[in-house]
Write a protein that binds this ligand. Sequence first.
Ligand code: CP3
Length: 342
Amino acid sequence: MQKNPFLAVINHEAAQRPPVWMMRQAGHVLPRYRNLTKQTPFRSIMANSKLAAEVTLMPIEDMGMDAAILFSDILVVPEALGVKVEWTSEGPTFPAPLLGNSNPVESLDFDISRLAHVADTLDEIQRQKSADTPVIGFCGGPLTCLCYMLGGRDRSMQFTDVVRYLYTNREDAKMVLEKLTSATEEYVHLQAAHGIDTFQIFESFAGTISVELYESLIMPYVRRIAAAARSHGLPVIFFPKGFGVGIKMLTKNDCDFVSVDWHTPLVEARKMIVPSLGIQGNMEPRLLFASQKDIEQQLKAYIPFFRENPDWIFNLGHGLHKDTPLENVRFVTEWIKNVEWK
Ligand code: CP3
């Protein structure tokens, strides 16, 4: 049997075709998941290892993805540090963001036992999945978690108060980042001990600060998280959304694959990213609302790209939207699996 294409490519081995998975594939769009949320709220699904494992594997069964991503959320780490998070139908809200405290770091106290349900979920996934299905573990990037922890939800997505704090209270911010990163490292070790095959760092808010500030202040913490994953032999995918030309500066020290956002044309991204790093991405998720004819037009452009760049994993440039037509998601996965790539 041929090796799973995701496992081949993530380990820089040749594959017959590019592997395919999509950010936010677990939950969000699948009717089976939506039905489940009618009876069981998001937090309860996450906390229930049987249900969370089922949702993790649904995209393999119902959408034909090549890899499963753990069903959880990046905010479980801030929560295990003591930050209050509430889950509403519109996403997470924060009753007491840390900027309201004169000393934000003071209230943080990491308790890994609050993440025990993730270990149980990963064990359950191992029991339920077929042998050749890879499992992707993940965490939030340091800046993305920090934005939520300090600022709470910001509908404008600018996090101006948080960015200002980075310039006015740098040492306090560093103390929070330090605690967050130590907690995240432990969380990586927990996931690695329970059978994940790859680790992805979701830095969705990389674009909220300048590339220079990201490089100097945040990147050292990203490297620590990546090193924790690599200490278990796990390849690391880094998704710095909105990082722009910052992707030029990434090296083998930082990650193994760069997940490119939809702002950057893939061909340009490939020129900017050093050749030793693989590339993942980056279809515009809202293109999935277009006609299949228009979608196919875009897909065809990937054929010459893959011929020249076999170190490529198909994905979106950000997560799937909730009301994406499932038939279009399936159209894309089937197309990628069946078209002639060579
Ligand atoms: O990819 C996957 O489906 C795996 C599980 C996963 C979830 N969240 C489940 C979820 C992953 C990898 C995440 C990451 C995450 N969570 C990020 C980084 C990636 C990104 O999208 O930028 C961020 C910023 C969060 C925080 C978060 N959680 C937001 C902003 C929201 C609301 C918007 C949304 O995505 O629906 C959530 C809720 C959330 N996380 C849901 C799911 C399935 C929706 C809950 C529901 O209505 O059922």
